[in-house]
Design a protein around this ligand. Structure first.
Ligand code: ADP
Ligand code: ADP
Ligand code: ZN
Length: 217
């Protein structure tokens, strides 16, 4: 099963993905996590991506398409994967269709999580992320059991630099202009499922997992 999680920054893609990969035994491909790991380890890729990410802009399509192409051919992805944060432009979606076509595969479902803008700002500015395993928390809506400590691995939680208010606003604009057109793109392919993301994490999860189990779009 190959799934794309689509939605604005802060919609809850990472939060839902964390649960979905466990239940459905899927590999997890989050381009944002991969890019942040590259920055942390100081690779050439990280150096190239850093400036775009700090400004809240998209990293060039060639770079992210290359990352995803490589990752999809890893053996652990043969049994299925969840793509989170990719594609983010129509050009990336076209490239993904080609890459999958070459592998004799195709997307099964695109889960679009819809959330109001005001709520997104509150979610992003209160987000905390684990330095070690990238698990997501929220200071009010999804706090860790112990302050600033990851429930999953005991790692330290931090606030992403691009979760500051001004960068969040830039990212939301980038989303509206460059990523939102993907909704119609995947509607055209008949594989999109629209999920109301303005609800409790568990309620949203129940609806997504039911949609994946019945296989109806
Ligand atoms: P995305 O991956 O789409 O950017 P995240 O999963 O990181 O979004 O969620 C953004 C922030 O909102 C995190 O702090 C997360 O804990 C919180 N969050 C996720 N889902 C919900 C929800 N349904 N209600 C309230 N807060 C949520
Ligand atoms: P979000 O919480 O907005 O879903 P991500 O962790 O997915 O954040 O992405 C963080 C940043 O990484 C983006 O603002 C962008 O600079 C870069 N990035 C991640 N995925 C992509 C992509 N598919 N195309 C271009 N840039 C990307
Ligand atoms: Zn952790």
């Amino acid at each position: 099963m190959l799934i794309v999680l689509l939605g604005p920054p802060g919609a809850g893609k990472g939060t839902q993905a964390e649960r979905l990969v466990k239940q459905f035994h899927l590999s997890y491909i989050a381009t944002g996590d991969i890019l942040r790991a590259a920055i942390k380890s100081g690779t050439a890729l990280g150096q190239e991506a850093r400036g775009y990410m700090e400004r809240g802009q998209l990293v060039p399509d060639e770079i992210v398409v290359g990352i995803v192409r490589e990752r999809l051919s890893d053996p652990d992805c043969a049994g299925g994967a969840i793509l989170d944060g990719f594609p983010r432009t129509v050009a990336q979606a076209n490239s993904l269709d080609r890459v999958l076509g070459d592998m004799g595969k195709k997307l099964d479902r695109v889960i679009y999580i819809e959330v109001e803008e005001e709520e997104l700002v509150t979610r992003l500015t209160g987000r905390r992320v684990c330095r070690d395993c990238a698990a997501n928390y929220h200071i009010k809506f999804n706090p860790p059991k112990v302050r600033n400590v990851c429930d999953q691995c005991g790692g330290e939680l931090y606030q992403r630099e691009d979760d500051s208010l001004s960068t969040v606003q830039e990212r939301l604009q980038v989303y509206r202009e460059q990523t939102a057109p993907l909704i119609d793109y995947y509607r055209g392919q008949g594989i999109i499922v629209v999920i109301d993301g303005n609800r409790e994490i568990d309620e949203i999860y129940a609806e997504i997992s039911a949609a994946l189990e019945t296989g109806s779009a």
